[in-house]
Design a protein around this ligand. Sequence first.
Ligand SMILES: [Zn+2]
Length: 200
Amino acid sequence: MSDPKVQQLLDTAYRDIVGALGEMGYPIGDDNFRETGPRAARALLELVLPVATIEQGVDDLLAKSFTATYDEMVISKHNVCFGLCPHHLLPVIYRVSVAYLPSEKVLGISKLSRLIRLLSKRPVLQEQLTQDLAEVLHSRLASRGSAAYIEGLHLCMAARGIGAHEARVVTSAVRGVFRDQPATRQEFLDLVTAAPTSLL
Ligand SMILES: [Zn+2]
């Protein structure tokens, strides 16, 4: 399914990583490591999709918008998804909330979650993910405004020497009326940062 060249590069890279673990004294001849190289390569390909796949996916999602009969704020909040940090290639666990104010087009609510998952599967900074989500929901959807709010648990911070186990990176981006009207922006932030309800 994935590009054979990509698969081959990853297989080689992960074989070398396993080799390095052997140099560190780990028993890489054991059963546990037998298929680790290709398995790790497949796992990475679940965290990162090719650029062309992402672009096509966004186009497909937006093509299924329908005409707005609703002009209030639409919010999809607390979507948990995963990405990869470009600095350390370590996973990031995101909790993503987005909102937009429709103008002519509305996206199905499940499409918002799919858009978030899709755009998170890239080796990009959290700041970039936040801005890209706001941008797509504003310019591509021709909305009156959009907002994105993301909390990220970065394993490169949590699990490494910094020891910032509990630290979350928080980013937000706003476009259109969310930028022009502080009250609209605040309404969004209040809704997405409120304590979880007991609904689930
Ligand atoms: Zn990092």
